[in-house]
Design a protein around this ligand. Sequence first.
Ligand code: NAD
Ligand code: DAU
Length: 360
Amino acid sequence: MKEFRRNILITGGAGFIGSHVIRRFINNYPQYRIINADSLTYAGNLANLEDVKDASNYIFVKADICNFELMQDIFHKYNIDSVIHLAAESHVDRSIKDPFAFAHTNIMGTLNLLEAAKRTWKNSEAVNGEYRNLFYHVSTDEVYGDLDFDGTLFTESTAYDPHSPYSASKASSDHFVRAYHDTYNLPIVISNCSNNYGSHQFPEKLIPLFINNIRHNKPLPVYGKGENVRDWLWVNDHARAIDVIFHEGKIRETYNIGGFNEWTNIDLIKVIIKTVDRLLGRAEGTSDNLITYVTDRAGHDLRYAIDSTKLKNELGWKPSLQFEEGIEITVKWYLENQKWLDNVTSGDYQRYYDNMYRDR
Ligand code: NAD
Ligand code: DAU
């Protein structure tokens, strides 16, 4: 049997960002065994990993991070030496409707994983300056709250000030992760990233939702006046940043990841409309009338903008793609993968994989 150099548990690997991280690690590191633990909520879709599912260094386990015994079993069974933790409830609007689900998964689920890691890795001291174990927690810029239109940026030392139940749950999990280092010496690292865009994102989030709606001539619900600002990063650049931080990040450090790429929602929506119309061969302006201003999101954060200078200066990472190019690639992907979108919007993907994993 092949000996792997590392056994890496990646949680939430069937989701949007997780699937890109899994693909990257499977393909770039055949010497690592990747164990994907995902409970396949509505946001988890194994079709996202169809192209790598048979790789010899990949194992999928349908598992809920809220089940502590199961997490412990996975650590023992697969001899897990490091974790990249992405599993979460991730959609702000859902957190406003059901905050308990967010506290449950994002806080308790993270705590379970920390505790399982702590109990398994009893001797996580550095040998020759190198740790064998690492708990990498993937977090969000939303923990910092929001910014004014004054050019300021979130840095790693910005005070936490979360506003939504989603960001409050992520902030809490970040605090637990640091507490496990400070109290139990667990080797941890955290990154806080801005809004991601790219293929395989669940179409409840702005970009895939709007691409799909434009294609089907459905209204585009713009919250408030569309003036809120987000800082968009191509998901593959996030996956590459995670790779760099996993390998070269310093224990107990935090790294902000962002694209220096701020857009008001309404300007971004106009770019999406123009791109979809052009790629569908429609005349420019055809879909402009789909823009529909609706009641604002409760507690809607005004502006996010990340300063990722530390990551650039210390670990040499910077975004690889200009936004215009990234959006073109992304819109094309959704238009060419209508079946993926249809399966997701109809719920067929869940029925298919539910049957597959029913008795496991
Ligand atoms: P997603 O909603 O697309 O995927 C989440 C995945 O986690 C799904 O596969 C789901 O099945 C799984 N999951 C949920 N609850 C689980 C549980 N209890 N046990 C096991 N698996 C469970 O999310 P995403 O957008 O890919 O985000 C991934 C991570 O990155 C999250 O931690 C999120 O907070 C963070 N993040 C996201 C963004 C973004 O723009 N999407 C930006 C910064 C940080
Ligand atoms: O900043 C990182 C965060 O980005 C991640 O931590 C979250 O997991 C991720 O969902 C994302 O959060 P946002 O709330 O910024 O993303 P969303 O796509 O839901 O919304 C983007 C902006 O668009 C936001 O200002 C709300 C607005 N919006 C969104 C939807 C779904 C609309 O105007 N209409 C919509 O229908």
